[in-house]
Design a binder for this molecule. Structure first.
Ligand SMILES: *[C@@H]1O[C@H](CO)[C@@H](O)[C@H](O)[C@H]1NC(C)=O
Ligand SMILES: *[C@@H]1O[C@H](CO)[C@@H](O)[C@H](O)[C@H]1NC(C)=O
Ligand SMILES: *[C@@H]1O[C@H](CO)[C@@H](O)[C@H](O)[C@H]1NC(C)=O
Ligand SMILES: *[C@@H]1O[C@H](CO)[C@@H](O)[C@H](O)[C@H]1NC(C)=O
Ligand SMILES: *[C@@H]1O[C@H](CO)[C@@H](O)[C@H](O)[C@H]1NC(C)=O
Ligand SMILES: *[C@@H]1O[C@H](CO)[C@@H](O)[C@H](O)[C@H]1NC(C)=O
Ligand SMILES: *[C@@H]1O[C@H](CO)[C@@H](O)[C@H](O)[C@H]1NC(C)=O
Ligand SMILES: *[C@@H]1O[C@H](CO)[C@@H](O)[C@H](O)[C@H]1NC(C)=O
Ligand SMILES: *[C@@H]1O[C@H](CO)[C@@H](O)[C@H](O)[C@H]1NC(C)=O
Ligand SMILES: *[C@@H]1O[C@H](CO)[C@@H](O)[C@H](O)[C@H]1NC(C)=O
Ligand SMILES: *[C@@H]1O[C@H](CO)[C@@H](O)[C@H](O)[C@H]1NC(C)=O
Ligand SMILES: *[C@@H]1O[C@H](CO)[C@@H](O)[C@H](O)[C@H]1NC(C)=O
Length: 766
């Protein structure tokens, strides 16, 4: 994983122990430290009910050299300060504390400091206090990562020419990396990842011949890599991933004979992937290819590795043919990611026997059955075979891989029953069996994220899922029956998709009891009855699709009380984006892929037997981007209040029995791009103004009782005449169907899991 240094960092923070020295520290240094502590304590205690305890041992009666997080030289002056994660909020109350980095000022008087770690304090945004750091000229080790420093690297920092270790990762630093970097002549570690640095790597950086660890990932650096990089012969760790580097991989890198970890993925490198990479004997982790990459694997080359790799990620490298057999020589392999290539043939038996922890082969053309041997592994944690042509049944012994946490075989040609033994996989966080031909009844199974959509699974609508279930994608199967009451026990459920099932019974008993639901898709489920008045108890709903059912009655005016739909700003949502990526919407004849689901708010009641009038209260749903009530039996006028739907982009009221005129208030809607009022009994002038003036799709106005306006080139009585014209066009049926699909991104997901396991800061890490 490219995230290795992060874990190293975290580990070093939590497991570094401090040594007790024998001399007492100078008074002025002790006072500086006490000053720091008292400022911090005051701020902390004013913000949190929790008492500040982190610097408990720092008291005025004892020798500061005996304090925790402090270390002194043999002569008694303070040389080391371990202040990582001291100014950060308590984990149960994760909110930025916004302490100014001014709090560091007293520390800048401790000139004897050689080792200073202030990482993970998430200081209030502001620039690095260059004046202060510039005074600490004895520093050998400086760690400022995971704060909110912005601006560029201050020039005073380059006075710290003794530095061996410099970490500034995970800040908001920007600007070019200047030639001044060359002044850190003794540097062995440089971590600048996850900032916004841009421009090329200065040649002076490649003159830092003592460098062992260089981490520049997740910046906006670009240009070619100079062959000078070959001078860094002591490098063991090099991560340039997720930048915009171009050109070939310089052949001088063959000189990096101590390299253990090399990450070049997600750049725009081009050319052939050099096979000398595999001759670097020390190499353990190789990440290459990825999005944006133009690197090509030469199919004809024979690889005879001299390295023993533990992690191989060669995604989107154009590798064709069978899964390369040289991989079988890599006996220590832990992670294999060959997704997005052009691999063909079967899942090799030798691969199943390698007991690898993570196997990601998604987006290839592999076929055949999965060898049961794979599931005899007690190490397998991640298996992603999505989007290949694998077929046959899932092996019956799949339940033997009890360590598995991520299992995705979506979009293959698997068939048959889902093996019963899958019930034994209780550690699953993600299970994605969607878009295959699995049939029969569902065994008991569970995962936080469960996608079974678009198979032929039958039986009652299942609900015996574990309580931790968050996402349930069950649509496109042959489930039938009533909505099980046990669904209300899923207190973490946020997404429920049951489209194309047959649901009998009423919504009102179940739905309001799942207040956590954010996305509910019950399209084409033969629902009868009314939309319950108490639907507004679903206080988290953002996306509701009840289209193509047999709902009767009228639209309850209480619908307008749905808090997230009526919010005045985009509702904040913490559905993990790594797991929920795209939602594909069929909109008219084109299918549209919605990224970032958390930004969408929609209501679709089309294709039912809903009657009555449009409640004026619907104008409250200010967050709505799409409203579709077409193909119903709704009568009366279009309420003026719909002009309050400021975010609405698409409004479809077609195929109803609406009469009166289109309210002029719609002319205020600046985000409206689609308005379909066709097949009603509307009359009068189509409103003008802003977006309305651009609505010239004739079919969206046709079959009414006398609309006029410039949009359809029909002059209204009293207007200045213009060209006339009318186009009769067949309107297709309900215009907005949507199909949802979630595409998990295994790497992102995996790192999320790992970070969750460290579970201190949650999602704010990435
Ligand atoms: C001060 O700290 C020392 C050791 O860190 C401890 O032994 C002592 O009891 C503390 N004194 C007070 C007043 O807290
Ligand atoms: C810190 O600042 C952020 C953004 O300005 C704000 O959302 C947050 O509430 C602040 N935290 C505290 C503890 O005041
Ligand atoms: C840095 O040192 C200079 C003198 O050497 C002093 O005037 C200045 O106050 C110091 N700055 C800080 C922030 O300690
Ligand atoms: C850094 O952040 C602070 C506070 O948000 C802002 O006032 C300042 O302009 C920023 N500096 C730079 C160089 O972006
Ligand atoms: C490279 O590492 C070796 C062994 O750790 C060390 O002796 C040598 O001085 C280093 N080279 C440079 C240029 O720092
Ligand atoms: C490797 O083979 C694939 C398909 O057979 C082809 O598209 C690709 O261009 C070949 N690559 C090279 C470098 O020859
Ligand atoms: C692939 O490698 C072979 C042998 O090294 C070479 O002859 C050939 O030109 C390369 N093919 C491409 C497309 O670069
Ligand atoms: C699962 O593993 C156990 C122990 O290794 C073995 O006895 C059993 O036969 C396996 N089950 C299947 C279905 O392969
Ligand atoms: C689940 O595991 C238990 C214990 O290892 C085993 O006895 C049982 O047969 C397994 N169930 C299935 C359906 O494989
Ligand atoms: C509903 O849940 C209860 C207890 O949690 C369980 O005993 C029962 O079998 C479940 N019913 C269904 C149909 O899954
Ligand atoms: C739809 O509902 C109406 C009224 O409840 C009923 O008469 C009709 O049979 C239903 N149609 C279907 C297809 O269920
Ligand atoms: C579009 O919607 C946004 C809310 O997302 C709103 O702030 C903005 O005013 C709307 N634009 C126009 C032109 O009405």
């Amino acid at each position: 994983m490219p995230s290795t240094p992060v874990f190293k960092l975290i580990l070093s923070i939590f497991f570094t122990s401090i040594i007790i020295p024998s001399f007492s520290c100078p008074l002025h240094q002790k006072q500086a430290l006490l000053h720091f502590k008292s400022t911090l304590t005051a701020i902390y205690n004013s913000k949190y009910p929790v008492k500040f305890v982190k610097l408990d041992s720092w008291n005025s009666t004892s020798d500061c050299c005996s304090w925790k997080r402090v270390d002194c030289s043999t002569t008694g002056s303070v040389t080391e300060l371990q202040l990582s994660y001291v100014a950060a909020p308590p984990p149960q109350n994760f909110e930025r504390l916004n302490i100014s980095s001014d709090i560091l000022t007293p520390l800048f008087h401790i000139r004897s400091l050689e080792w200073l770690d202030i990482s993970l304090n998430f200081f209030e945004e502001g620039e690095i206090p260059g004046d202060g750091f510039g005074n600490l000229t004895k520093l050998l080790h400086l760690d400022m990562s995971w704060n909110n420093f912005n601006g560029s690297i201050p020039s005073q920092l380059f006075q710290l020419t003794n530095l061996r270790y410099m970490a500034m990762s995970y800040n908001n630093l920007e600007g070019r990396l200047g030639p001044e970097l060359g002044s850190f002549r003794k540097l062995t570690t440089l971590w600048l990842s996850n900032n916004r640095f841009q421009g090329p790597i200065p040649a002076q950086l490649f003159a830092l011949e003592s460098l062992q660890d260089l981490d520049l990932r997740y910046n906006k650096l670009g240009g070619g890599i100079s062959p000078e990089i070959g001078r860094l012969t002591n490098l063991t760790f090099l991560d340039l991933s997720s930048n915009q580097f171009t050109g070939p991989i310089p052949s001088s890198m063959q000189n990096l004979s101590k390299l253990e970890s090399l990450s070049l993925d997600d750049n725009m490198f081009a050319g052939e992937i050099p096979t000398w990479l595999f001759k670097i004997r020390t190499l353990k982790d190789l990440y290459i290819g990825g999005k944006g990459s133009k690197l090509i694997w030469n199919n004809t080359t024979k690889v005879d590795p001299r390295c023993s790799l533990q992690e191989i990620s060669m995604t989107s490298c154009g590798i064709s043919g069978q899964i390369p057999e040289w991989i079988s020589s890599q006996k220590e392999l832990v992670i294999l990611d060959l997704s997005g290539n052009k691999l063909e043939g079967r899942f090799p038996h030798w691969l199943a026997e390698m007991n690898i922890q993570s196997i990601i082969l998604s987006d290839n053309n592999l076929n055949g059955q999965i060898p049961p041997r794979l599931f005899e592994s007690d190490r397998l944690e991640i298996l992603d075979l999505s989007r290949n042509n694998f077929s046959g049944e899932l092996p019956e012994n799949i339940g033997n891989t009890t360590s598995i946490i991520y299992l995705a075989v979506s979009e293959n040609d698997f068939s048959g029953l889902i093996p019963k033994s899958i019930s034994n996989l209780t550690g699953l966080q993600l299970l994605d069996l969607s878009r295959n031909r699995f049939s029969g009844n569902l065994p008991v199974l569970g995962a936080d994220y469960l996608d079974l959509s678009d198979n032929d699974i039958s039986g009652k609508i299942p609900a015996n899922f574990p309580e931790r279930t968050k996402i349930l994608y069950l649509g496109g199967n042959k489930f039938a029956g009533s909505l099980p009451i046990n669904l209300t026990k899923l207190v973490n459920l946020r997404v429920l998709d049951l489209r194309n099932s047959i649901i009998t019974g009423n919504l009102q008993d179940i739905l309001p009891q799942i207040p956590t639901l954010e996305i509910l898709i019950l399209r084409n489920t033969s629902l009868n009855g009314f939309i319950p008045n108490n639907i507004s108890m679903c206080t988290s709903l953002r996306i509701l699709d009840l289209s193509r059912n047999n709902l009767t009655g009228s639209i309850p005016r209480q619908m307008a009380n749905l808090p997230l739909m009526s919010a005045s700003s985009i509702p904040k949502d913490d559905l993990n984006e790594d797991r929920l990526q795209d939602l594909i919407v069929n909109w008219k004849k084109s299918s549209q892929r919605l990224h970032n689901l958390r930004f969408y708010v929609m209501l679709d009641l089309s294709g039912n037997n809903i009657s009555g009038e449009i409640p004026a209260s619907l104008g409250n749903l200010k967050a709505l981007q799409q409203l579709n009530i077409s193909h119903n039996k709704i009568s009366g006028n279009i309420p003026l209040s719909l002009g309050n739907l400021v975010r609405i982009e698409s409004l479809d009221v077609s195929h109803n029995q609406l009469s009166g005129s289109i309210p002029q208030s719609l002319g205020q809607l600046g985000n409206l791009t689609i308005l379909d009022v066709s097949n009603n009994m509307l009359t009068g002038k189509i409103p003008r103004g802003r977006q309305m003036d651009t609505m010239n799709e004739l079919s969206y106005f046709q079959n009414n009782s006398g609309l006029c306006g410039m949009q359809i080139k029909i002059t209204c009585p009293g207007d200045i005449p213009s060209l006339e014209g009318r186009v009769e066009e067949e309107e297709d049926l309900s215009w907005m169907f949507w199909e949802g699909t979630w595409i998990g991104f295994p790497i992102g997901f995996f790192s999320t899991i790992l970070i969750m396991n460290f579970s201190i800061f949650g999602k704010n890490f990435c």
